[in-house]
Design a binder for this molecule. Structure first.
Ligand code: SAH
Length: 347
């Protein structure tokens, strides 16, 4: 039996150059292939038209391109597109294109299922099957970039790691994907337009901060009171808020960039004065802004979005203390594409 062919996108540019060198072919062919793979997101060797047929055959003989396929595309009334994406081994993840008047944002997945157990999130009901590879994360962005050009006549402007999975539990691959998304030899996007969202894995935040990254950090806080957080995000017992605060202060010291706290207000969970005061204190300690997210109901859940009046009290308290607040309205709810609703429901 012929040996299994290797996924060519696991090779670095140098390794590609060496591949050609070893076959007495000019090494710049390696650069061309690299450009096809990352800058042009080519899905076949046949499409590499500046390579001779012999060279394309040679690549075909040794490698495969394990690219993703959009298995199903759902389009919402508000322009949001949800892609069910099939990976080379048949597993499925979801990614979402979110248009606003001025931007197109790609919301991408980092794991198949999720390592964590947030009780309000549909993805948590799928156990973690595996981490996505850098090229699988990259491909979601490349696909949405093409969809943005096709349906909205403009390039992709932002990327958020707010799809399925916990990016900091797939740290290396997430960083490798960001490298390819931002590199001039990849999609060339500015890192300032990328946001990594984590549920608060302190030790990985510390590690990432040491890279002095230019991308943004969002943390799904949902409560600044330890007991409440443990109730709704049980894994958080391993990551106490005091440690999270230390990690975030380190992030700020390294990057000078404020942290965004994602926060849903639920009836009977975090709708009290005590919760509001705790959040304010946390925000006064850590340079931050707050993104109040509308709750997207999921099946078999008792969570209910708090009233507008309670949400307004949060806003007033934060704003009167000069903490910037934004309110994220749900997008794509009619197709289960909103935050926390990604659970491969249609499949
Ligand atoms: N694991 C990462 C990224 C995925 S979740 C994280 O936790 O940040 C993306 C955002 O959606 C998080 O802020 C998460 O708390 C929020 N979310 C999850 N379920 C939700 C739901 N049902 N309604 C609204 N937001 C939800």
């Amino acid at each position: 039996m012929a040996p299994a062919r290797k996924d060519i996108r696991t090779l670095t540019k140098d390794e590609l150059r060496t591949f050609f060198k070893d076959k007495n072919i000019p090494v710049f062919k390696g650069n061309q292939v690299y450009e096809w793979l990352w800058s042009k997101a080519a899905q076949s060797f046949d499409s590499m038209t500046n390579l001779s047929l012999a060279h394309r055959d040679l690549l075909e003989e040794h490698f495969v391109i394990n690219h993703i396929e959009v298995d199903q595309q759902q389009r919402s009334n508000d322009g949001t597109i949800k892609n069910a994406v099939r990976l080379h081994d048949g597993l499925i993840v979801e990614s979402v294109l979110i248009p606003t008047a001025t931007r197109t944002t790609a919301c991408v997945s980092s794991q198949v299922g999720c390592s964590l157990d947030c009780t309000f999130c549909a993805t948590a009901s799928l156990k973690r099957m595996r981490n996505l590879n850098p090229d699988e994360i990259f491909d979601q962005v490349a696909v949405i970039h093409k969809q943005s050009l096709l349906y909205h006549d403009r390039p992709l402007s932002n990327v958020v790691f707010m799809g399925m999975g916990e990016p900091l539990m797939n740290y290396k691959n997430t960083l490798d994907a960001i490298e390819k998304i931002t590199s001039p030899e990849g999609l060339g996007m500015s890192p300032k337009r990328i946001t990594v969202s984590t549920s608060g894995i302190s030790k990985m935040i510390l590690k990432m901060a040491d890279l002095k990254p230019k991308w943004n950090l969002a943390v799904s806080l949902h409560s600044a009171i330890e007991e409440t957080r443990h109730k709704i995000m049980p894994f958080a017992e391993k990551f106490p808020l005091t440690e999270l605060k230390t990690a975030l202060l380190h992030w700020y010291a390294q990057t000078k960039s404020k942290i965004t706290f994602e926060y849903v207000v639920w009836e009977g969970i975090n709708d009290t004065e005590k919760e509001m005061e705790a959040l304010l204190k946390f925000c006064l300690d850590v340079p931050s802004k707050v993104n109040l997210i509308e709750y997207n109901p999921i099946d078999q859940s008792d969570f209910r979005q708090a009233s507008e009046e309670v949400v307004n009290r949060y806003i007033d308290l934060l704003e009167s203390n000069k903490i910037p607040v934004t309110v994220r309205r749900s997008r794509g709810k009619d197709i289960d594409a909103a935050c926390g609703q990604l659970a491969n429901k249609t499949l």
